[in-house]
Design a protein around this ligand. Sequence first.
Ligand SMILES: [Zn+2]
Length: 246
Amino acid sequence: MHIPIIDTHVHLDEISDPEGAILEARKSGLSAIIAVGSDRASNEKNLAFSKQYGGVIFPALGYHPWNITVSGVRDNLDFIEKHLPEAVAIGEIGLDFKIPLAREIQQGVFEEILGLAWKNDKPVIVHSRLSYLETYESVRKHNVKKAVFHWYSGPIDVLKDLLLMGYYISATPALIYSPKHREAVIAAPIKQILIETDAPTPYQGKVSTPAQVLQTLTELSKIKGMAIEEAVRKTTQNARDFFNLV
Ligand SMILES: [Zn+2]
C-alpha cells in the first residue's frame, strides 16, 4: 500500500530486535511509529531511537502505572519535564486498578503529569485499565486538550462523554477477539480513532510487532464498512493531527 501508515503506540524499547522491527514496519508501509515510554530508562532508549531514526520514530515520554515506585517518582517526573521539548506526546501514563499499587499513589503521579501536559500543551496517551471513568475525569479536570484512551474497552457511557470532549480512543489487534474493545470502536467515529499495536504485547499467544498494525486496519475497515485505503488515509490524518506531525 502506498498510503503511509502510523503505528501510534509501540513499546520499542521492549522489542527484542527493534532494528529488525523497524525495517519490517517500513517494508509493510509504515511511515512512522510513536515510541511510548514507561519509565526513565525506557524514555532514554526511545529518545535515542528517535535520534537514530529521525522522521520515523517519534518519542512520547511516560511513566506507566506498572513502573511507578515511590522512590522513583521525582526522578521520573523531572526527566519527563526536562525532555518534553523533544517529545511529541506524554505517555504512557494513567491508572491501572488491576495492580496492587495504591490508587492514591497512582492518582498523585497521574495528576502531576497531566499538569505538565496542560502547562506544555502536549497530547497524552492514557492507560485506563479498570479505571475508565477515573482517568477520563482526571484528564478533563486538568483541561488537557488532546488525549487518547489507549485500547479503550470500558463502558459506552464514559466513551460517549470522552468523545464529546473531543478525545480519542485507539484500536489494537485485540479488535479481532475482544468484544468490549470492538464495541467501543464500533461506537466511536473514525475521526476520533488512532490505530496501534502496543507491540510487543502478545495477541492470541504471539508477540506482536508494529507491522501488525495492518491487522488493526483490516479489522477496523471491516467494522466501519470502508475500503482499507480509506481507513489508512483517515487514521493517518488523525495521527498527524493528534501528534502535530507534518
Ligand atoms: Zn502500552
